[in-house]
Design a protein around this ligand. Structure first.
Ligand code: KG4
Ligand code: ZN
Length: 336
């Protein structure tokens, strides 16, 4: 079963062809980094305009690299939310148009379910139930995933997402956009103990995250006289260390408290090398079976959307072509 998956939720135009929900035949991602770089963050209007230019070539490339035509597809899946409305609409309109023109089944996918389902595209998919940390530019949430389409919120950020904190700190330091990769590289040569930045909401097994205090603390430090004596490598390593400490501790505590010992780590920030190494090290000690998506499947991509779409299509699910973009999709908290 060949499914085309499309994602335009944020600033990447992505399309992929996946076979049987497990094998990636193509995974094309057109980055908009150079569009947003000069602004130090995503400009939604520019993102949707660029998606409009890129969507058709990206879909054509995905089909071409997979060596198939539209006639070979069993369905089209696209992200319908959460994300930037203008961006989401481009992928949604493209997918719905293709489905209508070719009389193909259409599935709208929740972007977050896409992120934690990327692990099913690897040789090491998790059994259910599992916990999923989705840590990206727009989200920092832990979910309890019981089955496809059945997942609950355990905890989430009360303010900035972790990726947003990376991007804002990088902007402050003039490191460009997106900031995560730049900080990841610089921090490698720095001393993570150089500055002690705050770790928020670490008391009493609090399931939620907060990164705005950390960001403010970095802003204050940069405005202080000590700033000129500190190497950028040490500053970024200390900031990254604070983010990693919180993400790892809270996720592993969640595994302990819920007694679910399978943990999937996904989303753009999951590509961070320090975070991956720390999870690998700590998970073993806590008896947690860790599933770290490969970096190319951590950031936004169409393959993860095709994988989820395939599961729904195989279950006989079809979505109506009137389906709309939804910028925010609340997830219910874990019952009880
Ligand atoms: O999942 P994603 O591609 O898009 C969203 O759904 O948000 O995540 C993008 C975020 C950005 O904030 C980017 O700075 C961050 O992921 N990111 C990283 C790394 N690679 C991407 N953060 C830290 N270290 C990285 N290596
Ligand atoms: Zn994402």
């Amino acid at each position: 079963m060949l499914v085309l998956g499309i994602d335009t939720s944020c600033d990447d135009t992505a399309a992929a062809v996946v076979k049987d929900g497990r094998i990636i035949l193509s995974n094309v991602i057109s980055s908009q980094d150079e569009v947003h770089q000069r602004y130090g963050g995503i400009v939604p209007e520019l993102a949707s305009r660029r998606h409009m230019e890129s969507i058709t070539p990206v879909i054509k490339a995905a089909l071409g690299q997979a060596g198939i035509t539209l006639d070979d597809l069993a369905g089209v899946a696209t992200t319908y939310g959460p994300g930037l409305t203008g961006s989401l609409l481009i992928g949604l309109m493209a997918a719905k148009s293709l489905a209508y023109a070719r009389n193909l089944p259409f599935i709208g996918v929740n972007h977050l379910e896409g992120h934690f389902s990327a692990q099913f595209l690897t040789a090491d998919p998790p059994d259910y139930p599992y916990l999923a940390l989705v840590v990206s530019g727009g989200h920092t949430s832990i979910f309890l995933v019981e089955a496809p389409g059945r997942f609950f919120l355990y905890g989430q950020t009360r303010d900035d997402a972790a990726g947003e904190a990376f991007d804002k700190v990088a902007k402050l330091l003039g490191l460009g956009y997106p900031g995560g990769v730049a900080i990841d590289r610089l921090a490698e040569r720095g001393n993570p103990q150089a500055i002690r930045f705050p770790r928020s909401l670490m008391d009493g097994n609090n399931p939620d995250f907060s990164f705005s205090g950390l960001k403010t603390s970095v802003v204050r430090f940069v405005g202080s006289p000590e700033f000129k004596d500190v190497a950028l490598e040490d500053l970024t390593a200390s900031f990254q260390e604070a983010v990693v400490d919180v993400l790892v501790a809270k996720t592993l505590t969640a595994a302990q408290l819920t007694k679910v010992n399978r943990v999937v780590i996904s989303g753009g920030v999951a590509a961070n090398r320090c975070l991956r190494a720390r999870f690998q090290d700590q998970a073993n000690r806590c008896g947690v079976r860790l599933y770290l998506s490969p970096p190319i499947l951590c950031t936004d991509n169409g393959a993860m959307i095709a994988a989820v779409g395939t599961v729904y299509l195989q279950a006989g699910c079809r979505h109506d072509l009137t389906m709309d973009a939804v910028s925010r999709i609340p997830t219910p908290r874990i019952p009880g």
